[in-house]
Write a protein that binds this ligand. Structure first.
Ligand code: CS2
Ligand code: MG
Length: 414
């Protein structure tokens, strides 16, 4: 089973996606997600110029050997561009192997360890009333766990809050921020930030949400790298009465040891790693049990093969998965996450934001969403097909993620 065709397909049905499509000499087709939000074309060039020529003629069955070959032969290791490119190859090869075996990928990873995957959705609002509406609407959609993001008095615009964004480009409607948080064809949007106001306000919002929705509902929150370690410790401590499922990215994790300080002060569970690329980024924080959930995405962590190794390592330390799953992970990357999550023992929770109708027109999917649980379905391979004609209707458009400035103009983590 020889790889004899490799194509890189870029499409923008509501937002930009990069997909690698491999075809074997016996006609099997596998696809992998290589989307790196805001830096998509760097991965396209890496794949087209440096990976595709190396794949042609290789045995499609040799997933591990191909992974090691792409990782080690380049000499230059790690990094988001390299690891997204390798991830796409890995996913496409698992897809092909599943189709060759007539089995869904989760069966080849050891079979199902559970009946479905608990998933959390994103509720947000600039006021408590808006936020409560958003939580209710997620409950109506079946979500049994909910991430809560809130506006902060005095701040005009915060990433991750629905009312700051339009629903579909050009529609003028307010709604979900996730279809296209970036402004197309423009420079990155500037937002404002003040950590002291945020730290004062967030606990009052969680108190109000607990009063409204009771103690049972699992609640999550994303700090999006905006705090220093001592501020993160303060937030974790002040949120303890509201029993969070996790506090995510409380501080940038470039200095893993700074999480020791956060841990000394709070029992709020911590989730980190949506921007990590390899097991080595996680090594210290897993070994020292400085986190509770691994946030890596299959798409950004070198594919199913490498994220599985990372999660198996985490399992030795009672650390669970919490794979990244916003809408910039394509339906192919989401399917890969579901197959992996279903098979591993230490699954924790899956992030899930529904893709737009346009995205679903381009990517036909087999996953199911039942009573707050995801399941990847039982089609052979990953269970996602890319409609190339539909993809061609939505050409790439430059789009950047926003950034923050403090009141005095200093650039801040967003
Ligand atoms: C967020 C993402 O889902 C999350 O937890 O942090 O929206 C993230 O900002 C984007 O995926 C960036 O591409
Ligand atoms: Mg996040």
């Amino acid at each position: 089973m020889i790889i004899d065709r490799a194509e890189v397909i870029v499409t923008s049905p509501s937002r930009n996606f990069v997909t690698l499509r491999l075809t074997t000499d016996d006609g099997l087709v596998g696809i992998g997600d290589a989307t790196l939000n805001g830096r998509e074309l760097a991965v396209v060039a890496y794949l087209k110029d440096h990976v595709v020529p190396l794949l042609l003629g290789r045995d499609a069955h040799r997933i591990e050997d191909t992974w090691q070959f792409l990782y080690r032969s380049a000499y230059w290791r790690r990094g988001p561009v390299t690891m997204a490119a390798i991830a796409a190859v890995d996913m496409a090869l698992w897809d092909i192997k599943g189709k060759a075996a007539g089995m869904p990928v989760y069966q080849m990873l050891g079979g199902a360890s559970r009946t479905g995957l608990l998933a959390y959705g994103h509720a947000s609002g600039t006021s408590n009333e808006e936020l409560f509406d958003s939580v209710r609407s997620h409950q109506e959609q079946g979500f049994k766990a909910i991430r809560v993001q809130t506006g902060v008095p005095g701040l005009k615009s915060i990433y991750g809050i629905a009312s700051n964004a339009t629903y579909e480009p050009g529609s003028g409607k307010k709604g979900r921020y996730d279809y296209e948080p970036a402004v197309r064809g423009a420079l990155p949007k500037e937002e404002d930030w003040d950590t002291r106001s945020y730290l004062r306000h967030v606990p009052t919002v969680f108190e109000a949400v607990r009063n409204e929705f009771g103690p049972e509902l699992p609640l999550l929150h994303d700090g999006h790298h905006r705090m220093t370690p001592i501020q993160a410790a303060q937030l974790g401590k002040s949120l303890e009465p509201y029993d969070l499922f996790w506090l995510e990215d409380c501080t940038p994790a470039e200095n893993p040891e700074s999480l020791r300080l956060v841990r000394q002060h709070t029992t709020t569970p911590l989730a980190i790693g949506e921007i990590f690329n390899t097991v080595w980024d996680y090594q210290q924080i897993i070994r020292e049990q400085l986190i509770d959930y691994v946030r890596g995405a299959v798409t950004h962590m070198g594919g199913i093969s490498h994220l599985k190794k990372t999660l198996d390592y985490a399992a030795q330390y009672q650390i669970k998965s919490g794979m990244h799953g916003p809408t910039d992970i394509s339906p192919v990357g989401m399917a890969a996450a579901m197959h992996l999550g279903l098979s591993i023992h230490n699954f924790g929770i899956q992030e899930y934001m529904k893709h737009s109708d346009r995205t679903n027109e381009v990517f036909q999917q087999s996953f199911t969403w039942t009573d707050g649980m995801l399941h990847p379905g039982d089609l052979p391979g990953l269970g996602v097909e890319l409609d190339v004609d539909a993809a061609g209707k939505y050409p790439y458009e430059q789009a950047y993620l926003p950034f923050n400035r403090l009141a005095d103009g200093t650039v801040h983590d967003w």
